[in-house]
Design a protein around this ligand. Structure first.
Ligand code: F0G
Length: 462
């Protein structure tokens, strides 16, 4: 059969509310044109994030019932620990309430002022946590990763030569760890190849630098390796995952993505002495080491989700639905990061709206137009999110790319939802020439996109 179907049937439904265009314009104005300030019930198709938005399976819901809420030594923790140990191959498993808590604990244990932490591309919370520990976060993507229109099978790769140059320049002693984000979310949800993981690991090991993987979308990355990298077509996703992590010393994980859970995360590694220090910090702010800020029921849902996400018919459907959205809007002329990523399609807003300069936030214009047109909520991943403002001069530096991310929640939307998305996006594409820019009316000094207020410089909605 050539039709790839959703490999599940629907047991519980959640109604979504249709709104009119003029209602949406009003909601947008009230939210200061910031997608993070919209009420979710005013959104029809929510593509803001694939994080914590997965639909859980009947097995996961039964795990919720089985969850044991003992303060210490809960059987739910041991099931969770075993799942993580078996899948990733690390002996030390520390549960956290989500990915950024694992990041904070890892970086505050290892990083000091003057340190440098390289990555293919750090996610925004990862960068912020490294900077909060006083260290510098450095992105070293391969050059292909920064050119949206040029397809490449592994655009998420790290530039190994630049990693070597960095080590030569600052010295291995200044690099307490190296990170590798799979898939590379900020760079377009693009995978990292096994060859690249192996090469990065080789360089790190030669210099005694621990390698930690930001594992949020590890299963999607592994399936891309199976589909695209020579020698992996006949390996199981589980085997590919084991090999990926065999080159690393540990990982941080947000179970809100490929854990198929609504909350949770973990930190895992082999170094028992390091894990001991981290558990002390965990107790201080997250909780006792056998729950780490989660309920026993959450640990059950994650343990089951980590197994389900490795099912190959699930991964085939998952990547096919993202590819379907990407290919259909691209066939209509919409410029996207090619090829589509694992969890999201990234529209190149700079190419979509060439008349809007980066400092007038073309991605912000596009997310507003998609909401007005179809009630679709995407997220700007451009200058609003990653631009830098000099606190003294007020001078703005734009981001490397102006993207809009349309992230598909896992197991949530059907093909007709995706067809509707395609239609709405193409309608905005048709009237692109009438779209202008935005400016900030409020911005916080860090992670400004979450709380910013904006003002349009043109009539939104055409
Ligand atoms: N690393 C990556 C690559 C991520 O995408 C995220 C979260 C995190 C770390 C942090 O995990 O949210 O559980 O604390 N990304 C979400 C997103 C928020 O929308 O892409 P968290």
């Amino acid at each position: 059969m050539k039709t790839i179907i959703e490999p599940f049937r629907i047991k519980v439904v959640e109604p979504i509310r249709l709104t009119t265009r003029s209602e949406r314009l009003e909601f947008l104005r009230k939210a200061d044109y910031n997608m993070f300030k919209l009420r979710a019930e005013d959104v029809l198709l929510d593509l803001l994030t694939d994080s914590g938005t997965s639909a859980m399976s009947s097995l996961q819901w039964s795990g919720i019932m089985r969850g044991d809420e003992s303060y210490a030594g809960s059987p739910s923790f041991y099931r969770f620990e075993r799942a993580v140990q078996e899948i990733f191959g690390f002996s030390q498993v520390i549960p956290t309430h989500q990915g950024r808590a694992a990041e904070r604990i890892l970086f505050s244990t290892l990083c000091r002022p003057g340190h440098v932490v390289p990555s293919n591309t750090h996610f925004d919370t990862t960068r912020a946590n490294i900077e909060a520990a006083g260290a510098e976060a450095v992105d070293l993507p391969v050059p292909e990763g920064l050119v949206p229109a040029v397809p490449h099978p592994f655009k998420g790769n790290m530039d190994v030569e630049r990693l070597q140059d960095l080590i030569a320049r600052v010295g291995a002693d200044s690099i307490p760890l190296c990170m590798l984000t799979v898939t590379n979310n900020t760079g377009g949800g693009q995978p990292v190849s096994m060859a690249n993981i192996r090469a990065v690991s080789g360089v790190c090991r030669a210099h005694g630098i621990p390698l930690f993987v930001d594992a949020c979308r590890f299963a999607e990355n592994a399936y891309f390796i199976k589909l695209r990298e020579e020698g992996y077509a006949r390996k199981s996703v589980r085997e590919i995952v084991r090999e990926m992590f065999s080159y690393a010393d540990g990982c941080t994980m947000s179970a809100k993505k490929d854990g198929l859970a609504n909350i949770g995360g973990f930190l895992a590694m082999n170094d028992a002495a390091l894990a001991q220090k981290e558990r002390e910090l965990l107790i201080l702010t997250e909780g006792f080491p056998t729950y780490g800020g989660l309920a026993g029921r959450d640990l059950e849902a994650i343990a089951i989700g980590l197994e389900e996400v490795l099912e190959e018919n699930y991964l085939e459907y998952r990547l096919a639905s993202v590819r379907y959205l990407g290919q259909h809007i691209s066939a209509g002329g919409v410029p996207i990061v090619q090829p589509p990523g694992g969890h999201a399609v990234y529209i190149d807003a700079a190419a979509f709206l060439p008349q809007v300069p980066p400092l007038q936030l073309p991605g912000q214009s596009l997310v507003c137009e998609l909401y007005v047109e179809g009630g679709i909520r995407g997220v700007e991943v451009g200058t609003a999110m990653f631009g830098r403002r000099d606190p003294e001069t007020g001078q703005e530096t734009p981001a490397a790319m102006e993207l809009v991310r349309l992230a598909l929640p896992r197991r949530v939307y059907t093909q007709s939802h995706v067809d509707y998305m395609v239609e709405a996006i193409l309608q905005v594409w048709e009237r692109r020439e009438g779209i202008g820019g935005f400016r900030f009316t409020y911005q916080a000094p860090t992670l400004r996109h979450f709380t910013a207020a904006y003002e349009p410089l043109y009539p939104v909605g055409g």
